[in-house]
Every structure is written in C-alpha cells, then in structure tokens.
Design a protein around this ligand. Structure first.
Ligand code: SF4
Length: 299
C-alpha cells in the first residue's frame, strides 16, 4: 500500500483498510493544526488506488474488512465523479466492504449538490468525520477555520437529509485561558450540535504544536493556554447544553483529554455530568494541571 505522508485516522477506524486517495489538506490554514503543514495537496492516481485496493483484497488481515477509510486530509473534497469511481473500484475488488468512511470539511460538503450527496451515500460513502471544532463564531474566526457556524449547521442538516452517519470532532480550550471563555465556548458548541443529528461527538483538547500559528502566538505572549480546569469546565458545558433530537455518542477517548467520558446524550447526560462534577470537586485546578504534559502530545 502506498502512503506518502504521515497517516491520521480516527481511533474508531483501527480495523479499517487505510487507502490513500489524496495527500494533504486543501485548506491547511487552521491556526492550531500542524498535520499537513508541509504537505502539498495532491490526488493519488486511479491506477495506484486500484493497485492498493487489489493488494488489500489479497491481504489476510484486510480481505474480509467491512470498512475502508480514505486517507489523507479531506478526501471528500474530490469531485463526485472521482469519488464514485473510487467506490466502484472498492466494491469490485473488496465486495465485503459496507462502509466507505473519510474526513470531510464543511466546504467539501457545501460543494456537492443534493443529488451528488444522495449518489455518494448510495455508493457506500457514510461515516464522515467532520472537523467542527466549535460552535462559537469568534473561535472559528480566530483559528481561521474557513467556515462559519451557520454554514456548519446547514451542511450537517444536508447530511441529515440523506441519512448520513457523521461525527463532529470538537476542540476544547481553543480561545485560551479563562473560565468565561470556556463556558461561552462550551455552551455555544453544545447548542450548535443540538440543532443537528451527529451520530457521534468526539471532543479533543487543543494542544500547541511547534510550527503552527497558534504556537507562534503563544511564544510571543499573545496567547495563553487554557488550563486543564478550563477545558473540563468547557466539556461540562458542552454536555449540559447538548440536547439533540436523536441520541448521539459522546466519547473523549483521545490522548489530548485529561478525562475519559463516554455515554449517550441526552439519555445519559445526568451521569456524564455527575462524573465530571466528581472530578471537579475532588481535585484542585493545580492538581489537574499536573495530569497531562501537553508538550509531549500532538493532536
Ligand atoms: S484542522 Fe483539518 S481543515 Fe484545518 S488545516 Fe488541519 S487538516 Fe486542514
């Protein structure tokens, strides 16, 4: 299998076939993100893609896989015609595949018509991972996300219309130090995600990565990192304000988080809040600060 650059995949896709169809991210401007900073976006050739699919179909670990995860960056940006061709090759050589899953930006969805979204869903595209980050317009502008809160809600609603499974990846601590910022971000993110029907919500916490704009702001004293206490308060606010029409899984199983919570909202909201409150009352902000060394982890 051909892999040009470092691979990023969601934890849930640990058993999926990892197929490179693009390299890099077409946006590549989020202030906190160093994932594809030095990778120029390019498409993989269909010849190479088919070669890799055939290789996977002959591999003892992969040949019976039901899921395939398309790498890298934001493959859903590809034109519908190309995505359909890739799906055709996948189903031809890997007939047991049920789900084609990948990362997508809000802009990638916006570029597709309703008819195209419907066609892609029928071709097996489902389980899209979206970098939503925050429901706070100020935060999206600050990090240079490239879409507004309203656009994110509108595009997620279009996914709802065609019954896509999709997951919102969100980031606590984006606006930096301060309980007020944590509460505001948490409330706005929870309220935003209550308007749509994500299958899952995956909170992560912002971590400064050398080489990024956010790192430079920090080094120049223009950005103060959120404390671990702030981040947990923000997570609490998100959960308290999450009242989606359908149920959604929320899981903080990512090494950027200090606390692991997992449950179904709104059904288990009370339990999740209770678990967070226990941590908040039993530990001081100073103690929490020792729980994670953010200089040693990367997003
Ligand atoms: S966070 Fe996502 S959209 Fe933003 S630069 Fe990184 S990979 Fe691209």
């Amino acid at each position: 299998m051909k892999y040009d650059a470092q691979i990023y995949r969601p934890p849930k896709e640990y058993k999926s076939i990892l197929l490179q169809v693009t390299s890099g991210c077409t946006h590549n401007k989020c202030k906190f993100c160093g994932m594809y900073r030095y990778t120029t976006f390019k498409m993989e050739s269909l010849e190479q893609i088919e070669k890799d699919i055939i290789e996977a179909s002959q591999h003892p670990f992969y040949k019976n896989s039901k899921r395939i995860f398309l790498l890298n960056g934001n493959p859903f940006v590809l034109k519908t015609e190309r995505l359909l061709k890739i799906a055709e090759l996948i189903h031809k050589h890997l007939p047991k595949i049920e789900v084609i899953t990948t990362y997508s930006s809000i802009k990638d969805i916006e570029m597709k018509t309703d008819e195209e979204l419907e066609l892609l869903k029928k071709a097996g595209y489902n389980d899209l991972y979206l970098g939503i980050e925050s429901g706070n317009q100020k935060a999206l502008e600050f990090i240079n996300k490239g879409n507004t809160v309203e656009e994110a809600i509108r595009e997620m609603k279009r996914l709802d219309k065609f019954d896509y499974n999709y997951y919102a990846m969100i980031l606590t601590g984006l606006m930096g130090k301060g309980i007020d910022k944590a509460i505001e971000n948490g409330q706005l993110t929870g309220k935003m995600l209550s308007k749509v029907n994500c299958r899952g919500i995956f909170p992560m916490s912002v971590t400064l990565v050398p080489g990024t704009e956010l790192w430079d702001l920090y080094v120049n004293g223009e950005y103060e990192e959120a404390t671990e206490y702030d981040r947990l308060i923000e997570l609490r606010e998100i959960i308290e304000n999450l009242k989606p029409e359908k149920t959604a899984l929320i899981s903080s199983a990512h090494n950027s988080n200090t606390m692991y919570i997992k449950g179904i909202v709104p059904r288990e909201t009370e339990r999740l809040l209770r678990e967070i409150d226990e941590i908040l009352t039993e530990n001081s902000p100073e103690e929490m600060q020792e729980w994670i060394d953010r200089r040693r982890i990367m997003l």
